[in-house]
Design a binder for this molecule. Structure first.
Ligand SMILES: Cc1cc2nc3c(=O)[nH]c(=O)nc-3n(C[C@H](O)[C@H](O)[C@H](O)COP(=O)(O)OP(=O)(O)OC[C@H]3O[C@@H](n4cnc5c(N)ncnc54)[C@H](O)[C@@H]3O)c2cc1C
Length: 343
């Protein structure tokens, strides 16, 4: 990597977001000796690789994966990483398919992987050698001499020769707008076309074991009239040994329709639909709203390199392929593009 930068540029690259794509980018840059800082507004890292827990009155903890539930592997680079993680015991195969509305377990031959400590453990494992500043909400991005100036809600500034943006695209565009950073009309039009489905996640603690079909989850996405896309038993998945908990994901249509509704109304409707399948009594619940759950019209390339003179790259699961694997491949490709000299 070229390092002939003015002294005011502190890092070779700043990455906004420490979800799977930001972490994947950070790992490549670090491997190649580029000084890199990741900034994330969350209290922890991982973004949509999200695991929540609560203390139980009787001792122990209840755990829930409330964003990504499992992941699949289709590409060689991701397979190589997952092979290492399987060997290290960070990841395990959960199953090779899920029951649909009819409740009959399915096996399509493709492994679905989970993380025994919860999905967030995967992010923390992969990011363990990276420089990351959490609780750092970026509010503005503008051009600096030979790079980028990134300003935060707490009044900090970071400067980098290159910048990778991995938040959901509308959030990244808002940061550029706040700093009066102009994109070409073509880049702006491409980026503005990217949209995401919203998703309610209902997290429920049960009074006993749920009775979902093996392996403890049911996939209802696309089933006519279902307001639920997915139900997973976190106890049977192996991430909540002390408590019987389920994660319920609402369909995008239902979530859009009830986005501003009170949470007890939303929870009531989702539980009415889910409880007959779970067949256990719900002790307590909470609702989480994902405004940007999964992209609906991803950009075909693994990243978008904006037509600016200092490197500015948009990456994440809305570029190339969706989901956890797509986020990994996107971050990785964006970092490799920064390391390569401009054509
Ligand atoms: C409900 C749900 C279910 C899902 N199920 C699956 C599944 O089963 N399998 C699967 O493979 N994928 C699933 N996904 C998708 C998967 O979680 C994502 O594709 C992947 O985690 C996206 O990673 P990312 O790094 O692109 O984005 P994110 O994980 O969203 O990371 C972006 C990061 O940017 C940070 N950020 C945003 N704005 C700022 C700012 N202003 N300043 C600083 N930091 C900022 C955020 O805090 C976040 O950590 C699911 C997602 C959801 C929400």
């Amino acid at each position: 990597m070229k390092t002939e930068m003015k002294t005011e540029i502190k890092y070779d690259c700043i990455i906004i977001g420490a979800g799977m794509s930001g972490i994947a980018a950070g790992r490549i840059l670090r491997e190649h000796g580029a000084s890199t800082m990741l900034l994330d507004k969350g209290r922890g890292i991982g973004g949509r690789l999200a695991t929540r827990w609560s203390d139980l009155a009787e001792g122990g903890r209840a755990f829930y994966d409330h964003g990504a539930q499992f992941f699949t592997v289709r590409s060689a680079p991701f397979q190589a990483l997952i092979n290492e993680l399987l060997e290290a015991g960070v990841v395990r195969e959960w199953c090779r398919g899920f029951a649909g509305a009819e409740g009959i377990p399915r096996d399509d031959g493709h492994p679905r992987y989970v993380v025994p400590g919860g999905m967030n453990t995967l992010a923390r494992h992969l990011a363990r050698d990276l420089d990351i500043s959490t609780t750092t909400q970026v509010t503005r991005i503008s051009r600096a001499a030979h790079g980028w100036l990134v300003e935060t809600a707490a009044g900090q500034s970071f400067t980098g020769g290159a910048l990778i943006l991995t938040p959901p695209v509308p959030q990244s565009l808002a940061l550029l707008d706040a700093g009066n950073t102009r994109l070409t009309v073509s880049d702006r039009t491409t980026l503005e076309a990217i949209d995401y489905d919203p998703c309610f996640a209902l997290l429920a603690e049960l009074d006993g074991p749920g009775r979902l079909p093996d392996p403890g989850a049911i996939q209802l996405r696309g089933e006519a009239s279902s307001i639920i896309d997915w139900i997973a038993d976190n106890h049977r998945k192996g991430i909540s040994p002390d408590a019987f908990t389920v994660t319920i994901h609402a369909s995008p249509d239902f979530t859009r329709q009830y986005w501003d509704a009170p949470h007890d109304l939303v929870a009531g409707m989702l539980l009415d639909a889910a409880v007959p399948r779970i067949t256990a009594t719900v002790r307590r619940w909470q609702v989480h709203r994902w405004r940007y759950s999964q992209p609906v019209n991803a950009h075909p390339e693994p990243y978008l390199r904006a037509g600016t003179d200092a490197p500015l790259l948009f990456a994440g699961d809305a570029f190339g392929h969706p989901r956890v694997e797509g986020a990994f491949l996107s971050g990785r490709a964006a970092a490799i593009s920064i390391l390569q000299p401009a054509a």
